[in-house]
Design a protein around this ligand. Structure first.
Ligand code: SAM
Length: 298
C-alpha cells in the first residue's frame, strides 16, 4: 500500500513535469473518458492507471483535483478562443435583458410571447420526472426553484404538493411578475443563482431545470456553493451531462459532470437520462439531457 502511494506521488511529479513540457493535455485530465486516472499525457497520448481505489491519501486527491481543474480551464479557454465569443444564450445578461417581444422561442407553443410559452410548457413530459422523483421522498419540506421563469414547474409542484411551501427565483423581472400573477401562494423573488436571496438551509429541496447550462466554467463553483448553502436535503437538476467538471459545450449550452459536483458536496446522486418520451422533439436533450436526483448523505 505504502509502495503504491509512493509510486503514485512520483507519477504525479512526472505528470507536472510533462504538463509543462507538453501543455496539450487530454481534456478530461487527469481522468480519461472511462473515468480512470490519466498519469501521463505525453503528446496528448494518455496512459491510464487503473485501481483508483488506492487513492486514499487526501493530499494526492487534492493535487489531482487541482491538476484536473487547471487542465480543464486551459482546455475551455482554448476552445472558447478557437470558437470565438460564447453564444448569447450562455450569458446570464441575455436572460436579464431579454425583451418580451423577442421573436426567438424556446418552446413551440406559439403563445403571444416567449414567457407565455413557458407557462404553456407546464405539461411538458420532462416535468413529470421531477414530480415523480420528489414523491419518492418522505415528509418533504419547502421547495425552491432557481430559474423558475413564469413558473411551469411551480404550477406542477403546487398541484402535487399543495401543503408544501414553494418558492421561486429568476433573474428576469417580467418572468417573476408573470409567475406572481399565475401563482399567488409561492414566495417569488427576482434573484440569481449566484446570490440566492434566502437563508442558509432554508429549503428542504432545491430544483434547477435548464438553468445551470447557461452558467459558464468560471461561475459554476459559485452557483453550486449557493445551492448547497440554501438546501437541507435534496437537489434536483435537469441539466446537460458531460464528463468535464467545469463544463463543455453540449449543443450551444454548457454540459458538465453534476455527479462529481454534487457528490463532492456530500450528496448521493442518481442520474437518469432523458429520452424521446420524456423530452420529445429535442435531439440535444435526448443526447445530453439528464435528471440528477441528489440526496444529502446523513
Ligand atoms: C431555459 S429557462 C428554464 C425555465 C424553467 N426552469 C423551466 O423549466 O421551464 C432558463 C431560466 O433561467 C433563468 N436564469 C438564467 N440565468 C439565471 C441565473 N443566473 N439565476 C437565476 N435564474 C437564471 C432565465 O431567466 C430563465 O427563466
Amino acid at each position: 500500500m505504502k509502495k503504491t502511494k509512493k509510486a503514485i506521488k512520483s507519477k504525479i511529479k512526472k505528470v507536472i513535469v510533462k504538463k509543462k513540457k507538453y501543455p496539450k493535455v487530454h481534456p478530461n485530465f487527469p481522468y480519461g473518458n472511462d473515468g480512470n486516472l490519466v498519469v501521463a499525457t505525453k503528446s496528448g497520448l494518455p496512459t491510464m492507471l487503473t485501481g483508483d481505489a488506492d487513492l486514499t491519501d487526501e493530499s494526492i486527491k487534492k493535487q489531482l483535483k487541482r491538476l484536473r481543474l487547471e487542465a480543464e480551464k486551459e482546455f475551455t479557454t482554448k476552445t472558447v478562443q478557437k470558437k470565438g465569443a460564447l453564444t448569447k444564450l450562455q450569458d446570464t445578461n441575455y436572460w436579464i435583458n431579454r425583451p418580451l417581444n423577442d421573436k426567438e422561442r424556446d418552446w413551440k407553443y406559439n403563445e403571444v410571447d416567449w414567457i407565455t410559452d413557458y407557462v404553456a410548457s407546464a405539461e411538458h413530459p420532462h416535468r413529470d420526472l421531477i414530480v415523480e422523483a420528489l414523491k419518492k421522498f418522505p415528509s418533504l419540506g419547502g421547495i425552491l426553484e432557481v430559474g423558475c421563469n413564469a413558473g411551469p414547474n411551480l404550477i406542477r409542484l403546487q398541484t402535487a404538493f399543495p401543503e408544501n411551501q414553494l418558492a421561486g427565483i429568476d433573474v428576469n423581472v417580467e418572468a417573476i411578475e408573470r409567475a406572481k400573477a399565475n401563482l399567488p401562494k409561492p414566495i417569488l423573488k427576482v434573484g440569481s443563482v449566484f446570490e440566492i436571496p434566502f437563508g442558509d438551509k432554508e429549503f428542504d429541496v432545491v430544483l434547477a431545470d435548464a438553468v445551470l447550462m447557461y452558467v459558464g466554467p468560471n461561475e459554476i463553483g459559485k452557483a453550486m456553493d449557493e445551492i448547497d448553502r440554501v438546501v437541507q436535503r435534496i437537489v434536483i437538476l435537469v441539466e446537460r451531462f458531460n464528463n468535464s467538471i467545469l463544463g463543455r459545450e453540449t449543443g450551444h449550452v454548457w454540459g458538465r459532470n453534476y455527479l462529481h459536483l454534487l457528490s463532492e458536496k456530500g450528496f448521493d446522486v442518481e442520474m437518469i437520462p432523458l429520452t424521446e418520451e420524456t423530452w420529445p422533439d429535442s435531439p440535444n436533450w435526448q443526447k445530453y439531457g439528464r435528471i440528477f436526483i441528489a440526496h444529502r448523505q446523513s
